[in-house]
Design a protein around this ligand. Structure first.
Ligand code: CO
Length: 298
């Protein structure tokens, strides 16, 4: 039996908001732009649209595959030739959309093959989503599109099913075949996210990426910690968002119930491109929730 979210319209609106914030981010990633300003502009766009960021705007560069968001005092700027993944999440009452694309700063097109590989992997993968279809068919389509351009999919980063307030729910959508025995179910919400690289095709943990998440409800015993949990629930948040000294102190007291995220680096120091959409498994195939409306593409 199909199990659609009962507030499907909310998931669609979150998808639209995430798409618009992603496009704003892609436009703002230009030479000389401060990374922190771009992240904050993306997050402000989400809030202005009436949603909340589902995770901090990720602006990973070059051989960073994922999970870098600017720190509170990050003054670094984008430079010509940077390959930047703009990975954005928005949620409305826990209805989450997760979407990404890659832009080359300054437009020299040196990494165009890499960017196209990730986008084609995404398109081919989405084309294989339908109720009852093996997840492995999507993985195979993603990997072959990337390999057709002489590049590698990153095998240890995966797409994922999404549930209310749960960015990474139970089901993984690998970017290489042979890694999943699952099938898609009608009504599921799934993020498909190919990563293409000219490196090894695996990741290694780098330094702290300024992102954390509550593993569980810390309970009411520490009011400052409880207040932080009420704000972020179990979704990833940026250290940047915890600005007041008393909040920062509460964050330090909460460290035992926090998961912190390292930046994911390409193991062979390869450059990485990513493309991602959140889709709904509809009756006959994928409905892309994080696409821009046709009017915005004209
Ligand atoms: Co994702």
């Amino acid at each position: 039996m199909a199990r659609y979210p009962e507030d499907l319209d909310r998931w669609r609106r979150a998808g639209r908001i995430a798409a618009e914030a992603r496009e704003l981010g892609l436009r703002r990633v230009v030479p000389g732009a401060r990374r922190r300003d771009v992240a904050e502009a993306i997050e402000a766009r989400i809030r202005d649209a009436g949603a909340e960021p589902a995770f901090p705007a990720n602006l990973s560069r070059n051989n960073e595959a994922a999970h870098y968001t600017p720190s509170p005092d990050d003054e670094a700027v984008f430079v010509e030739g940077d390959l930047v993944k703009v990975d954005v999440g928005a949620h409305l009452d826990g209805a989450i959309a997760d979407t990404a694309d890659t832009v080359e700063v300054g437009g020299s097109r040196r990494w165009e093959n890499l960017v196209r590989a990730a986008r084609e992997g995404l398109r081919e993968g989405i084309a294989h989503v339908r109720p009852g279809a093996p997840v492995d068919e999507v993985s195979r389509a993603v990997a072959s599109a990337i390999r057709a351009r002489g590049l590698k999919p990153i095998s240890d980063l995966t797409g994922h099913s999404i549930e209310r307030y749960l960015l990474h729910a139970g089901k993984a959508v690998p970017n290489v075949p042979g890694a999943s025995a699952a099938t898609f179910e009608e009504g599921e919400v799934v993020a498909i996210e190919p990563f293409a690289t000219n490196g090894e095709g695996r990741i290694a943990n780098g330094p702290f990426g300024n992102i954390a998440r509550f593993r569980r409800d810390p309970g009411p015993s520490d009011p400052g910690v409880a207040e932080l949990f009420a704000r972020f629930r179990t979704l990833p948040f940026a250290v940047r968002w915890v600005a007041r000294p008393e909040e920062q102190a509460a964050l330090r007291r909460a460290r035992r119930v926090l998961q912190t995220y390292p930046v994911f680096l390409e193991r062979g120091h390869g450059f990485v491109a990513q493309a991602e959409h959140t889709v709904l498994v509809g009756p006959s195939g994928a409905e892309v929730l994080s696409a821009l409306p046709a009017s915005a593409l004209a």
